[in-house]
Ligand binder design. Structure first.
Ligand code: AMP
Ligand code: GLY
Length: 462
């Protein structure tokens, strides 16, 4: 019997060769890993789905998980931000490897605490997670290492900030420094809006400590694009392209959300642009983080604006996007688990990932009212029918079961109805056919997911 966690050379061999047969051979020898995924959204359901399929994975837990994740993993009632509780669970249950989904535990140092306890974990350290946890840190890093981003100034004093926006003029962007659950960015079209945002963050302290400092930056025009890479401290391995839709309603209108749908591949991100993003933004960032003594490991998710001068960085996230992770996991042909272990072990240098040629589309079904107030506990039916359609996979983002076993909504974003297809158009048609079979009167979705991709593709390739 070989145990991966205790026999590093065996694992290294697998990672170097990265060949399915080798992985399978080891798995047959009974060397399965005990894996814990942290989080409870559609991203974590997709990760669990991919990890559960790995021949290297012997036992899969998810903390806290949801009703859909329970089909792939054993859900354990430990909150995703309960750092002590997660470390206790991992040490008490002989976990070999932890995959951290959301940003909050990363920024709170979960990976550091796990590694100190001798448990391997996928994701950045607390000091590296500052790329998402502190906009000021991210902007200063870009300035120091000439990584293209919007011009910016930092403020703690509201009077100074107001004076600055009056000089700079609108449109202008006001950002809370810290994590604000996606709500800490105001793209102000007028000076009044900018001053109201400054007041809200620095005076009213609507975001608490996260808004104690703000970044005010130049408004960038262009098309927004997301870029994902696995990073092992030194090497960056780009993932397939994927793009989300951030606003709540059709036509990219309405309030910002975590993401109402996604598609992969994203035609806007062609090879030439991807190479530029790697050379001008991602690789310089990986080098900069290493030079700063904060080597980055995990998924680096760059939010970019593609303008006349090329790609510029809007923001970094230090985790997979959601729902982008759903379409990426569906298209990934390679085993996800060794790829994540390789990122943790600094072994991505010779690694490559294979992707299905098919396209994937995810349509998010959310509770009516989201991203504002919404009801929980409303019943959902029809998923069995929906999931029987060709190419369809439904990932749960916020579901629970009531005392009778009925599936209910338990969050703002509730389901990710995904489909694979030979083209974006086919994947999208399949996803919406599945949405139409879901019986959830209290839910809604956008009807135009992937419209930008469709518009960009020639009619014959849609
Ligand atoms: P962030 O969380 O920093 O990505 O900001 C949220 C959203 O605000 C982005 O997805 C963009 O749509 C928009 N945004 C952020 N920064 C800028 C900027 N400098 N110029 C234009 N739009 C921006
Ligand atoms: N879908 C965007 C995000 O996960 O932040």
């Amino acid at each position: 019997m070989v145990s991966l966690s205790k026999h590093e050379p065996v694992l290294l061999l697998i990672l170097r060769q990265a060949q399915d047969e080798v992985v399978f051979q080891v798995a047959k020898d009974g060397a399965g890993m005990r894996v814990l995924v942290v989080g409870s959204g559609g991203r974590e359901h997709a990760l669990c789905w991919a990890l559960a399929a790995s021949p290297l994975c012997d036992k899969l837990y998810c903390a806290p998980g949801n009703a859909g994740i329970a089909g792939e993993a054993e859900c354990v009632p430990v909150a995703a931000d309960d750092i002590q509780g997660l470390v206790r669970f991992a040490t008490g249950n002989a976990i070999d490897f932890v995959v951290v989904g959301p940003e909050v535990p990363l920024v709170k140092g979960l990976v550091d605490r796990l590694e100190e306890a001798g448990i391997k974990a996928f994701g950045p350290s607390e000091r590296a997670a500052a790329l998402e946890g502190s906009k000021s840190f991210m902007k200063e890093l870009c300035a120091k290492y000439a990584i293209p981003t919007a011009a910016f100034r930092r403020f703690t004093d509201p009077a100074d900030a107001r004076r600055y926006v009056r000089e700079a003029g609108a449109p202008i962007v006001v950002k809370a420094d810290g994590l604000a659950a996606g709500k800490g960015v105001v793209v102000a079209q007028s000076l009044e809006e900018a001053e109201a945002a400054i007041d809200d963050m620095l005076v009213q302290r609507s975001f608490g400590e996260a808004g104690g400092e703000i970044v005010i930056e130049e408004f960038l025009e262009g098309e927004e694009v997301s870029f994902f890479a696995l990073v092992d401290g030194t090497h960056a391995l780009p993932l397939a392209s994927a793009q989300d839709h951030k606003t709540a309603y059709d036509g990219d209108k309405g309030p910002n959300t975590g993401g109402m749908g996604a598609y992969s591949p994203a035609p806007v991100l062609d090879e030439i642009l991807a190479d530029r993003v790697m050379a001008e933004i991602v690789e310089p960032t990986v080098k900069a983080m290493a030079a700063e003594g904060r080597p980055f490991k995990g998924v680096l998710f760059a939010g970019l604006m593609i303008g006349p001068k090329g790609p510029r960085l809007l923001e970094y996230n230090v985790r997979f996007g959601d729902p982008e992770a759903q379409v990426l996991c569906l298209r990934l042909m390679s085993d996800l688990l060794p790829a994540l272990v390789a990122a943790r072990d600094g072994q991505l240098g010779n690694f490559h990932l294979r992707w299905k040629p098919e396209a994937a589309v995810a349509v998010v079904m959310a509770a009516k009212g989201y991203p504002g107030p919404y009801r929980k506990g409303t019943p959902i039916g029809g998923l069995d029918r929906a999931q029987k359609l060709a190419g369809v996979y439904v990932f749960h983002a916020g579901t629970a079961r009531d005392a009778t076993g009925q599936l209910t909504a338990n969050g703002g974003r509730v389901l990710g109805v995904n489909a694979l297809g030979s083209s974006i158009g086919e994947a999208r048609a399949r996803a919406y056919a599945a949405v139409d079979l879901v019986d959830w009167p209290d839910g809604f979705c956008r009807r135009d997911i992937a419209w930008r991709a469709m518009a960009r593709l020639a009619p014959g390739r849609r």
